[in-house]
Design a protein around this ligand. Structure first.
Ligand SMILES: CC(C)(COP(=O)(O)OP(=O)(O)OC[C@H]1O[C@@H](n2cnc3c(N)ncnc32)[C@H](O)[C@@H]1OP(=O)(O)O)[C@@H](O)C(=O)NCCC(=O)NCCS
Length: 162
C-alpha cells in the first residue's frame, strides 16, 4: 500500500537521503556530480519544506519517493521528483506527480525540466501530458529540456488531454 502525504520539516532527513540516492543515476548520465539535487544541503532542503509543497510517498514505514511544487504567478514549478532506486518503475513517480497536480487547485500551468539525455524521464512526462517548450543548458552546462502542462479547467484530476 502506497500513501502520498504532505511532508513536514520532520521528514527533511529522509527526503534528503531519498533525493541523494535517486539522483546519483542522473549524475552518472551527465558526468556531473554537482547537479543541484546532489549539492543541496540538509539545511536548504529543510528551508524548502517551509515554502514549497513537498509530497512524500510512504510504503509501509519507508519513505520511498518525493516531489516538490512551488507556485508562482499561477504556474506550479515542479521539481525534485525522486523515487528510491530499488522501487523505480512501479508507478510511484506517476502517483507523486498526479497527486501534486490534484493538490494545487486553481493552478492552470505546470512547469518542470529534466536532462535532454534522460529519455525515460521525458517519456514519463509526455505520458502525463507535459510538452516541451524550451531547451537550454543549466549553469554547470547540463543540457536541460523544459516541459509544461496546461489545464483548461480544474477537475480535481490531471487533464489527460482526452
Ligand atoms: C524519474 C522517476 C522519478 C520516475 O519514477 P518511477 O516511480 O520510476 O516512475 P513510474 O514507475 O511512475 O513510471 C515509469 C516511467 O517512468 C520513466 N522512468 C524514468 N526513470 C525510470 C526508471 N529508473 N525506472 C523505470 N522507469 C523510469 C519511464 O518513462 C517509465 O515509463 P515506461 O515504463 O513506459 O518506460 C524515478 O525513476 C527517479 O527517481 N529517477 C532518478 C531521479 C530523476 O531522474 N528524477 C527526475 C528528474 S527530472
Amino acid at each position: 500500500m502506497l500513501r502520498i502525504e504532505v511532508a513536514t520539516a520532520a521528514d527533511a532527513g529522509e527526503l534528503w537521503t531519498v533525493q541523494r540516492a535517486a539522483y546519483v543515476s542522473e549524475a552518472i548520465v551527465y558526468d556531473a556530480a554537482r547537479i543541484p539535487p546532489l549539492t543541496e544541503t540538509l539545511e536548504e532542503l529543510t528551508a524548502r519544506v517551509r515554502y514549497a509543497l513537498i509530497l512524500k510517498a510512504i510504503a509501509g514505514h519507508r519513505l520511498v519517493g518525493t516531489v516538490s511544487g512551488r507556485i508562482e504567478d499561477g504556474t506550479c514549478h515542479v521539481g525534485r521528483l525522486a523515487v528510491v532506486p530499488d522501487m523505480q518503475g512501479r508507478g510511484i513517480g506517476t502517483r507523486l506527480l498526479t497527486d501534486l497536480e490534484a493538490r494545487v487547485p486553481g493552478v492552470t500551468r505546470f512547469e518542470l525540466f529534466t536532462g535532454w539525455a534522460s529519455a525515460a524521464n521525458v517519456r514519463l512526462y509526455n505520458k502525463l501530458g507535459y510538452v516541451e517548450f524550451d531547451r537550454r543548458p543549466d549553469p554547470i552546462g547540463v543540457p536541460l529540456v523544459y516541459l509544461e502542462k496546461r489545464q483548461t479547467s480544474y477537475s480535481g484530476r490531471p487533464d489527460t488531454g482526452s
